[in-house]
Design a protein around this ligand. Structure first.
Ligand code: SAM
Length: 376
């Protein structure tokens, strides 16, 4: 992929950009096969390729520069703004909203935060676009100074956004290298961004997690659903369930599903989806996954885990390994922690794996593995 920002060394986030896409994908499969080489039983399905451009449904833009000439992009090593508004991996429809952001910064006289001087107000703008075309726009401010201006201009701002969009303001008062703070005020009546993946409605709230590549997320959920349907369990747990993607895809008339997730916002969003689908046997609980499993007092027929990069806890691995659960599906964005966890799950045989290219132009990828309990 051609990128002028990369050629000019203005941005180096897409570390694999100089490799043709087919070779990037091949390198990911080879890396995954290498990381999981200790499991001779494992067969690899053909990797799921992504669009190599415009695949990101989320843009996390740092605002810098001045009110009259803001930069929308990243910071350089000295903390100065680098404008990346034409970044090619961001979905084009999302990119087309960045001039609107710029216009509102100028019209409302919002003062970009200056990191080296620790002065100013507007730190970031985080945009997410659903497959329906609606967007979520989150203004991240240092203080409440610009809050009233943003709230009062909401009708004019919404006129520039697609229908059913969500707008919020987040406050990050500390001088910290993080994207957002804890306090969030939703300005629109609508509080969730609605997605429709494989016909399954999913809702995202401002602080919830959603996979960044909608097309690959949909393929990932289809793959898990197919493996679950193949063995047709009566009960499934989706541990680290986020807004419920795996659980909602695997739920059915004769199947009970539980989604377990620490974020109460994500759990609320998953419950909204289950209600709209009319799924009385889909339950979502806000709890630590390990704590839930160890204290449930019962075990399902199948478990899906999709943890953060660190993988699952040693306690959860041990509990799964010693349970009588027949099937485990493990979806991971870090093959190293996955290999460690599969090692701990020695009573299971990893059977099939598939690399899902969630993050083209980087060396990151998602991999989903199906495991079956060894015969006693
Ligand atoms: C990689 S995301 C996966 C989300 C979801 N499965 C999906 O497809 O969007 C990991 C999720 O684990 C949640 N999480 C982190 N630590 C957790 C824990 N100890 N117990 C349960 N959920 C946790 C995060 O909030 C996040 O939503």
């Amino acid at each position: 992929m051609e990128c002028l920002y990369f050629s000019a060394s203005r941005c180096r986030s897409c570390t694999q950009m100089t490799l043709p896409y087919a070779r990037q994908l091949q390198a990911k499969v080879e890396d995954c096969q290498h990381q999981l080489s200790g499991f001779g039983s494992l067969k690899f399905l053909p990797a799921q390729a992504s669009n190599e451009q415009g695949f990101r449904n989320k843009a996390k833009m740092v605002i810098s520069g001045t009110t009259e000439e803001p930069t929308i992009g990243i910071l350089d090593a000295d903390g100065h703004g680098v404008d990346l508004r034409n970044c090619g991996v961001i979905a084009p429809a999302l990119r087309s909203l960045l001039p609107v952001i710029e216009r509102f910064i100028k019209e409302l006289k919002l003062i970009p935060y200056n990191v080296p001087k620790r002065k100013g107000e507007l730190k970031h703008v985080i945009l997410t676009m659903s497959d329906t075309g609606a967007v979520m726009v989150r203004w991240v401010l240092r203080t409440k100074k610009h809050f009233v201006a943003l709230r009062d201009s909401l009708p004019q701002f919404l006129e520039q956004l697609p229908h059913h969009s969500v707008v919020s303001v987040n406050f990050l008062p500390e001088h910290k290298a993080v994207l957002e703070g804890e306090e969030e005020i939703i300005l629109t009546r609508r509080s969730t961004l609605e997605f429709g993946l494989n016909g399954v409605p999913m809702h995202l709230r401002p602080q919830g997690f959603f996979q960044t590549n909608t097309e690959i997320a949909a393929a990932l959920y289809r793959q898990a659903r197919q493996w679950i349907d193949d063995v047709n369990p009566e009960s499934v747990w989706d541990l680290y369930s986020g807004v419920g993607g795996f659980a909602l895809h695997c739920a059915g008339e004769d199947r009970t599903v539980y989604g377990i997730e620490t974020s109460t916002e994500a759990v609320a969003a998953a419950k909204t989806s289950a209600d709209s689908l009319g799924l009385p046997d889909a339950h979502f609980v806000a709890q630590d996954a390990t704590e839930f499993a160890l204290n449930a007092g019962w075990a399902p027929d199948a478990v899906i885990v999709n943890p953060p990069r660190r993988g699952i806890s040693a306690e959860l691995s041990k509990w799964l390994n010693e349970s009588d659960i027949q099937h485990v599906i493990y979806s991971s964005c870090n093959a190293k922690s996955l290999a460690r966890d599969l090692e701990r799950l020695g009573n299971y045989t990893p059977q099939v794996a598939r690399v899902m290219d969630m993050f083209p132009q980087t060396d990151h990828y998602e991999v989903i593995v199906k495991l079956e309990r060894n015969a006693a």
